[in-house]
Ligand binder design. Sequence first.
Ligand SMILES: *Cc1c(COP(=O)(O)O)cnc(C)c1O
Length: 361
Amino acid sequence: MWCDLFVTKLVPIDLRSDTVTKPDRTMRAAMADADVGDDVLDGDPTMRELEERCAQLLGMEAALWTPSGCMGNTIALMAHLQRGDSFLAPHLAHVLGNELGTAAWLAGGMPQALPWVTPGVPAASDITAASASAGPYYALRTRLFCLENTHNAAGGAVVAPDEHAVLVAAAREAGLRVHLDGARLWNASVAMEVPPAALTVGVDTAQVCLSKGLGAPVGSVVAGSAEFVAEARRLRKMLGGGVRQGGVLAAAGLVALDRVDQLAEDHQNARLLADGLREIGWQVDTPQTNIVLATTLDLPTTLSRLTALGVHASAMAGRVRMVTHRDVTRAQIKQVLRRIGKDATRPSGGRSLGSSRASAS
Ligand SMILES: *Cc1c(COP(=O)(O)O)cnc(C)c1O
């Protein structure tokens, strides 16, 4: 018994993010064998293949690879906004709080957060109210609504196609453009068993990550009209994101796209983790996808206790965040539950690790 605990403590299980995955042999082999060209000069065939496949999957006219999701979002916002334009996004959206203010610094946008009616999802009426534009010449101009699916800080909450349709319609009605931050759109698609293109209906632009649950080491894609992508290519170059023999990176993205269906396992593991933590006495939301959020009284203490147990978690909106991904197995999730369960029985453990008993007091 003590032996089991001793050994397992030595093997850390990393649940900080689904970005910690490492490219496996298949992916590395595809990268090594990639057909390449100069993608800044006159094109890279593997980049083209990835972009065309993404555009098709997303039901958009064209797509452009970017080194990161943040750059994809920044490019979209730069294309949509003029300096001083207001843009709307759900409370705790990634573009509001997690992109170093680039929406303002680089895209010139004035951010306006919309409250949630359900986790991650704003009310259509708030879009209408916040964009009551068409005022006199001195009125603030609201130009863009930025949706996030899944909503990261809401615990990977999905926006269903019908909710999406209502929000997009309200934005359109108010004369707004729509950008979809779909860093984890693949997760939403798998969780709701709808094609990704069903979740982009009516949007002008969408950004999807290849480097999160899908496991590519680098890369995102921003999609929209052919006209948008032509401008996005210029903006990407301005931001330093034009790469030369990018096919080496795009090849990883193509392998990643073959793995979308496997996200279902991450979702099952997240559910297993949440259910198990609840049984131990934690206050945990039921995850819709691969992000588990738990409430704790003392976040720093809980995180350091977890680290001591070899369970790496992170903080998100004042809560403990654990993300399942392709490099963590079902057996490891059970191991996480065993480690935390054992710790909670110790005199000091129950209090430091977030339990519903503790947070009720
Ligand atoms: C991770 C993430 C991004 C940014 O992706 P990077 O590749 O890390 O720059 C954008 N939006 C959301 C919702 C994310 O979770």
